[in-house]
Design a protein around this ligand. Structure first.
Ligand code: PNS
Length: 164
């Protein structure tokens, strides 16, 4: 039984994230999608909203190739990973520019907890420029999100915007 943690802010979840989850499912029996509780950031969606959106979106894509679970965590990722009895942390790398920061995190995490491996995965090229940050910017400036995020995410973003 191989279990991985796929950590992130997921604010919001993008098609790039989903692509990584689907690929990760080929390597692991179970993936826990773990949303970081970060009191310092002012997110678009609350933790509860992100958890709910992720669950709904994953239900749509889950072709039961592996077990998927949505959770949130605070504090050190490696502490959470050990508590969940995970073998690995999965991170998506879109471009070389991601690599430097991801390498730093992976090596720091290894120093903190040598039993947990970090696995870098590449999303499909068509998602290589998709990030939650850009999705929010494009949305807030009235751009089209078609193909970048699941339609449910775009709907929820519109609802949230409309409700102030
Ligand atoms: O989606 P993101 O914002 O790029 O995810 C970053 C995340 C959640 C993976 C990273 O910030 C993290 O692991 N935070 C938890 C705190 C921690 O363990 N810090 C030490 C990392 S070396």
């Amino acid at each position: 039984m191989r279990r991985a943690i796929y950590p992130g802010s997921f604010d919001p979840v993008t098609n790039g994230h989903l692509d990584i989850i689907e690929r990760g499912c080929k390597l692991f029996d179970e993936i826990i999608i773990a949303i970081l509780i970060n009191p310092e950031k002012r997110p678009f969606f609350t933790i509860e909203e992100r958890r709910e959106i992720l669950k709904e979106v994953l239900q749509e894509i889950n072709r039961s190739t592996c077990g998927l679970r949505v959770d949130d965590f605070e504090g050190l990722l490696v502490h959470y990973a050990v508590a969940q009895e995970a073998d690995a942390i999965v991170r998506g790398i879109r471009a070389i520019s991601d690599y430097e920061y991801e390498l730093q995190m992976a090596l720091m995490n290894r120093r903190l907890e040598p039993t947990i491996e970090t696995v870098f995965m590449m999303p499909a090229e068509k998602y290589s420029y998709v990030s939650s940050r850009l999705v929010k910017e494009v949305f807030q400036l009235g751009g089209e999100l078609n193909g970048l995020v699941p339609s449910l995410v775009e709907e929820r973003m519109k609802q949230k915007m409309a409700s102030g």
